[in-house]
Design a protein around this ligand. Structure first.
Ligand code: LLP
Length: 427
């Protein structure tokens, strides 16, 4: 992140505050988030997409009330995918019309709450949901703006994409077999719904724009089909999130302005070819905004050198604060941040304190041979999908999120306490 530096004494500072001071004040493990960096990334996305497009931050990556306020202040919109995220957004004052509501199994109660609040759009994910949302809207005397989420037959992976003929996953309605066209037909017939566009999300941690290009082409083809059949030009296309970030030096992410330019050109070209007016484009980056803005600081505990293998370095957190390594084989880096060391680097595996051997934070890392209990180590790029996927496994207390801005640090999500845990235990 942008305000992170390393002093001559080897101590990492963020916004000018030494990580040693942060650890003393807030304890470890802790997620340290650089607010200036978060805001700068919001602005970079908003500026890159300009006035003719909309950026929706994907709250699933990390959401808190402070985050909602920053988004609001920086002019971003918000994508929520549950009643809980919606409640957080509304309670922190995000205007409902700037919220999009996603999910493959929204409950009736969630839909009612979203329609009542007046969310800007609900992204319809199934045939049943078309009817459900229409009923709720009608009962409330509303006309709800909606998009239809389609699956375009592109499966995105890191650095590559594979076109799949078959849609074997739970989200959206397939373009294949005329399914999406049928969904449009049904949506247009229902009084409670105002169909404003088509939505596509192809995957996550993607570096190659080729998958987006195929998606955009197929979505525009559907818009042309809709115009031909119904005489209606749908005004919006949402191309989802999924833009990758650098977890390791091998990752080479695209910048927001490159992404905006590429997507804008593809959509314009395809629409021109189809004789359509260019629709308003929106995107939903989560990881690309918040991922790089935070790191996790841990205190080193037990160190166990295994002859001829590697050294196991145990930290005071683990899979409860970062499940991504265990779940996706995700790669992270790690470094000593509380002092300098001239000791030779040795191959280490950074592991947590949970009761299973898959509890790995960083699979392969070089740390100095003189690493000792009490040292602080930091894992960068943990802003996305770490706190938001944190658990209480082994009754771990979920770490706080500490925001640093203007040379001051403040807790935006506090550390859990044993009282928090026991409050739910009413047996
Ligand atoms: N829009 C939709 C409809 C999504 O499903 C997602 C992510 C996003 C936007 C934001 O994607 P992003 O820009 O953050 O990649 N837990 C996984 C990632 C799951 C993403 C799910 N959907 C991880 O830790 O990598």
């Amino acid at each position: 992140s942008r305000t992170v530096r390393r002093g001559d004494d080897g101590v990492l500072t963020v916004g000018g505050i030494p990580v040693t001071t942060l650890a003393e004040e807030f304890g470890t493990p802790a997620y340290i988030l650089d607010e200036a960096d978060f805001r700068a990334r919001c602005r970079a996305w908003a500026d890159a997409f300009g006035a003719d497009a909309d950026v929706f931050y994907a709250g699933k990556a990390f959401l808190s009330r402070a985050v909602v306020r920053w988004l609001h202040e920086e002019g971003l919109n918000l994508d929520v995918c549950s009643g809980g995220e919606l409640a957080t957004a509304l309670s922190a004052g995000m205007p409902a019309e700037r919220i999009a509501f996603h999910g493959n199994n929204k409950t009736e109660a969630e839909i009612r709450r979203a329609v009542e609040a007046g969310v800007g759009r609900i992204v319809l994910d199934s045939f049943q949901e078309i009817v459900r949302v229409a009923h709720v809207a009608q009962a409330l005397g509303r006309r709800q703006r909606v998009q239809i989420r389609v699956t375009v037959g592109v499966e995105a992976h890191t650095h590559e994409f594979i076109a799949t003929a078959h849609e074997d996953q739970k989200f959206g309605i397939a373009l294949a077999g005329g399914q999406a066209a049928e969904a449009v037909r049904r949506t247009l017939q229902l009084d409670g719904l105002e169909l404003v566009g088509i939505h596509s999300h192809i995957g996550s941690q993607i570096f190659d724009m080729a998958g987006f290009e195929v998606a955009a082409r197929r979505v525009v083809a559907l818009l042309a089909e809709v115009r031909d059949e119904h005489g209606v030009e749908l005004p919006e296309i949402d191309l989802g999130g999924g833009l990758g970030i650098a977890y390791t030096p091998d990752d080479d992410p695209r910048e927001p302005h490159e992404i905006a330019k590429a997507l804008g050109e593809i959509v314009r070209r395809e629409c021109d070819a189809a004789g359509l007016a260019t629709p308003r484009i929106s995107v939903e980056p989560g990881r690309a905004i918040v991922g790089p803005t935070a790191f996790t600081v841990y205190e080193v505990g037990t160190i166990k050198p295994l002859e001829g293998l590697r050294t196991y370095v145990s930290v005071d957190g683990g899979m409860s604060d970062n499940i991504r390594t265990a779940l996706y084989d995700a790669e992270y880096t790690v470094s000593l941040v509380s002092r300098t060391s001239d000791a030779e680097p040795v191959l280490c595996r950074v592991v947590g304190k949970h009761c299973e051997s898959g509890d790995i934070v960083v699979r392969d890392a070089f740390l100095p041979a003189d690493l000792a209990p009490g040292d602080l180590i930091a894992v960068p790029a943990t802003g996305a999908y770490c706190r938001s996927m944190a658990s209480n496994y082994n009754h771990a207390l979920r770490p706080p999120v500490v925001a640093v801005a203007d040379g001051a640090a403040r807790v935006i999500v506090r550390r859990e306490t044993e009282e928090d845990l026991l409050r739910l235990d009413v047996g």
